[in-house]
Design a protein around this ligand. Structure first.
Ligand SMILES: NC(=O)c1ccc[n+]([C@@H]2O[C@H](COP(=O)([O-])OP(=O)(O)OC[C@H]3O[C@@H](n4cnc5c(N)ncnc54)[C@H](O)[C@@H]3O)[C@@H](O)[C@H]2O)c1
Length: 160
């Protein structure tokens, strides 16, 4: 069995009857760690990402897992690609997205990926009668002063 970097334990490979969870953006930073956590919890993660590059996943989950996971290369804006990847999964963890620098450089693309992409995930989950969707928010909703709760007032004074 291959060893990931950083002396991490290698997560177990999923069994054939493990429940499948689609992870969008799984080739990214949080995605790769999410795959690792899912493997340890006995799930069978299914990858959906623009990137075909499995190196980060191999580093964090081990190259055996990176090579054997179902890996769908596609764009979150494309409903057909997303639905094909989601078939047979019972939940979606949605992490595919563009971070602030990319959105600043191309706001239209940022809106299509982050907003329409999220709506696509909800629509597919509804169509396939999935058990749930989990998606990432940001500490930015608490504003610059680290408030205890998000506030609608702060929405009117965006940080970026
Ligand atoms: N990293 C943070 O500190 C942080 C904080 C708050 C929220 N988030 C959110 O968490 C999510 C993941 O963040 P991350 O740090 O892992 O980012 P990341 O850039 O490492 O990963 C994002 C992944 O999404 C994929 N992606 C981008 N556009 C896509 C598209 N059109 N279709 C399919 N896949 C696409 C990228 O290829 C990448 O692998 C993002 O939505 C981000 O906004 C991150």
């Amino acid at each position: 069995m291959s060893t990931p970097m950083h002396d991490l334990d290698v997560p177990p490979l999923p069994s054939s009857d493990a429940p499948k969870v689609l992870v969008t953006g799984a080739a990214g930073f949080i995605g790769a760690w999410t795959l690792r956590a899912l493997l340890f919890e006995g799930y069978c993660p299914v990858v959906f990402d623009l990137k075909e590059d499995r190196r980060l996943v191999a580093d964090i989950c081990g190259s055996d897992a990176a090579n054997m996971l179902h890996w769908h290369t596609g764009d979150i804006r494309n409903m057909d690609q997303l639905q094909a990847a989601a078939m047979g999964t019972e939940r979606i963890i949605h992490l595919a997205g563009m971070l602030t620098p990319g959105c600043r450089a191309n706001p239209r693309l940022g809106a299509e990926v982050n907003l329409i992409g999220l709506l696509n995930v909800f629509a597919i989950a509804q169509t396939l009668h999935q058990k749930g969707v989990l998606y990432m928010s940001s500490a930015g909703v608490y504003g610059p002063s680290g408030a205890q709760y998000p506030s609608l007032q702060r929405c009117m004074v965006p940080l970026s």
